[in-house]
Design a protein around this ligand. Structure first.
Ligand SMILES: CSCCC(=O)C(=O)COP(=O)(O)O
Ligand SMILES: [Mg+2]
Length: 248
């Protein structure tokens, strides 16, 4: 006798033996859909090299002026440029830095110097999951604008129509369980129906504390390492097999 297909109703959390198939997949970007090397060796140096010229040209743009006000509020008494440079050097996930990087990258995506990297297994799975009715959303420290540009001008084409939501640190820090509760509420789903994918164990811990299903992407070619405390997958097809999602 064959097993019945996994239910599409919200999964039971405890005391169940049936497979828990998520209604929604919430994915991180760096280290999960996209190579860490692309972010660290391409995107971050691109923004650092363009920062001075960008601010000189756009300082009076209301969006840029607003970000600089946020920098001053986050680093009182410091020169905003020094604060931005310090955050860049430390890879600090500070909201105004991420917003500014997103605006700088936007120019690179628009004129073709940047194209969003995706691991080759990612786009086909996202398309298959979306086609099967799974809600897809993104949660990254990169700004929502940067997320839309990366997926909109990706190596696999424009994937933005697949996603129902994009969330950044404006919803809260990625290591804070409250952020995941807020995302579940915004998606209109119980946290237990959402699978969060990330390479970072502390982010998965926070999602799990909020009640989400979790899976750590461990891609040896990207240098990520197993934390040993969450379900693991080496790519998106392995996520699909582990959680009963459709294969690409
Ligand atoms: C939107 S792509 C740039 C990613 C980024 O700026 C970053 O800090 C990586 O954060 P993630 O949460 O995707 O690991
Ligand atoms: Mg990550």
């Amino acid at each position: 006798m064959t097993s019945p297909p996994a239910s599409r109703s919200p999964p039971e959390v405890a005391g169940t033996v049936r497979p828990v198939t998520p209604l929604a997949v919430l994915t991180d970007i760096e280290g999960t859909t996209t190579a860490i090397a692309f972010v660290k060796d391409r995107l971050f140096p691109f923004a650092a090299a363009a920062l001075d010229g960008f601010l000189a040209a756009r300082r009076d743009d209301p969006a840029v002026a607003g970000i600089l006000d946020e920098v001053r509020a986050a680093a009182p008494g410091q020169d905003p440029m020094a604060a931005l440079r310090g955050w860049m050097a430390a890879d600090a996930k500070v909201t105004p830095l991420k917003a500014l990087q997103g605006l700088i990258w936007r120019q690179g995506y628009a004129d073709g110097r940047l194209r969003g990297h995706l691991w080759p297994d990612v786009a086909s799975c996202l398309r298959a999951w979306h086609a099967a009715g799974t809600t897809l959303a993104v949660y990254s420290s990169g700004s929502v604008e940067a997320q839309r540009d990366l997926f909109g001008r990706s190596e696999a084409g424009d994937l933005t129509p697949l996603f129902q939501g994009f969330f950044d640190t404006r919803v809260g820090a990625k290591r804070d369980a409250a952020s995941y509760r807020a995302i579940a509420a915004a998606l209109g789903l119980p946290a237990a129906a959402i699978l969060f994918l990330s390479d970072v164990a502390e982010e998965l811990d926070a999602a799990q504390a909020a009640g989400m299903l979790t899976c750590q992407l461990v891609r040896p070619e990207d240098g990520t390492q197993s934390a040993g405390r969450h379900p693991e997958a080496r790519d998106f097809p392995a996520v699909a097999r582990r959680f009963g999602l459709p294969a690409a």
